[in-house]
Write a protein that binds this ligand. Structure first.
Ligand code: XIL
Length: 396
């Protein structure tokens, strides 16, 4: 499967190729992209050139999941259960993905209408769909400071929170035991910008109710409920070459060391990889070194929520698609060089349905294009980039 280079790419080359990221960051000024309180100024220290036009041609038209599987890797995507009603879309999911992850259905606010009840209907439907199409299934997520039900704040107390957490985990993980590849046990728990002890996100209700021990409690409860699932600590904003990301990577390593020393059953780190424009042309060496340190501690790594924002890129579609694709390719080539990286998931499959449309819309109101397939479900340069990174990586 080829994608055609378009005449506007020569314009792209002229406009962007020789522009240092320092300048691009200025062009993109206003990016809040670093998350974690990273300022564009802090990120503009990157001096590598912006990615030039890359040849992302691949052989054949095999799916992403089969290219991944050929290397012992897993490729999958997030989706929402109601999107399965879009037959064209659900067919594309089945064609490209070897794994599904629910974008919302396993979060507390989806599962817990009241303190005493569970509603598994939508999660069950997604799992049934995955199983009927021979796809693996991930669980996302058992502990997060967001997506808590409205009743939570008035119901949870320091006295009942541990029991509430344990019973949620044993009920939910127990229900799907044996059918889940991996669980995101805790999600986004480090936030160095808040300057809590060890960078822990002290504003999380879970931290405030239970202190740091909620992390160990959650992992142990998950392990007891499903001894076969890979138990994952999933984290956001680990990617950039910036002081904030440096601090976050250090805090994450320290936390993993601490958990391992305490015997907490943690098996993998999930790197979300919601990439932003400031990563274009950025140096991914720090990320590669970080992954090496994580795997040296005995953990596997999964890229769990990859997408690439294009909200500050030029309107021209071919230009945008090329820049986004280059970033996919550079990022994945770097991280997949470590054989302990076992899976890559994108947060959605097609630009038809992406959280970026509402969370990170473009100022010019043009539809965003962060995913491997376009809104017509056609393969984009980003698809080629992922396919090529899989084809070029070694077997694991
Ligand atoms: C997002 C979903 O995509 C949105 O639909 C929802 O409104 C908010 O959550 N990190 C995570 C995911 O771990 O759960 C988030 O998903 C995106 C950021």
């Amino acid at each position: 499967m080829l994608y055609e280079a378009c005449p506007t790419l020569s314009k792209f080359r002229t406009v962007f190729a020789a522009v240092p990221v320092l300048i691009l960051s200025t062009l993109l000024s206003g990016c809040g992209g670093g998350g974690s309180g990273t300022s564009p100024a802090a990120m503009s220290s990157v001096s590598a050139p912006v990615s030039t036009l890359q040849d992302l041609t691949v052989n054949g038209d095999a799916s992403l999941s089969s290219r991944a599987a050929a290397k012992g890797l897993i490729y999958g995507a997030a989706t929402k259960s109601y999107l399965l009603a879009d037959e064209q879309y659900s067919k594309a999911l089945a064609a490209e993905c070897g794994m599904l992850v629910p974008e919302a259905e396993l979060k507390w606010n989806a599962l817990r209408p009241t303190p005493d009840t569970y509603d598994f209907a939508r999660a069950d439907a997604l799992l049934a769909y995955a199983e009927s199409h021979n796809m693996l299934f991930r669980g996302h997520t058992l502990v997060w400071h967001e997506a808590l039900p409205a009743w939570f704040q008035s119901t949870a107390t320091p006295a009942n929170a541990e029991q509430m957490l344990r019973s949620h985990i044993s009920t939910v993980v127990g229900r799907y035991a044996g059918r889940i590849h991996s669980w995101d046990v805790v999600n986004e728990i480090i936030e160095p910008a808040y300057k809590g002890p060890d960078g822990l996100r002290t504003t999380s209700p879970w931290y405030q109710l239970l202190g740091e021990r909620y992390i160990d409690i959650a992992f142990r409860a998950a392990a007891a409920a499903d001894p076969n699932a890979i138990l994952v600590y999933n984290e956001i904003w680990l990617d950039n070459d910036s002081p904030a990301a440096d601090a976050k990577r250090t805090a994450v390593l320290n936390l993993i060391r601490k958990l391992k020393a305490a015997g907490t059953p943690i098996h993998a780190l999930g790197i979300q990889a919601h990439l932003d424009e400031v990563m274009i042309g950025s140096n991914v060496e720090k990320l590669r070194a970080f992954i090496e340190q994580v795997t040296a501690l005995g953990l596997k790594v999964m890229i769990t929520e990859m997408d690439v924002r294009d909200r500050y890129l030029p309107a021209d579609i071919a230009t945008r698609d090329q820049v986004v694709a280059n970033l996919y390719y550079n990022y994945l080539s770097a991280v997949l060089s470590n054989p302990s990286v076992i899976a890559v998931l994108t947060w959605g499959l097609s630009d038809r349905y992406t959280w970026n449309s509402t969370a990170y819309p473009r100022g010019d109101s043009l539809p965003v294009r962060p995913l491997p397939l376009d809104s017509g479900l056609n393969r984009k340069p980003a698809w080629n980039a992922i396919a090529k990174a899989f084809d070029n990586t070694s077997s694991r």
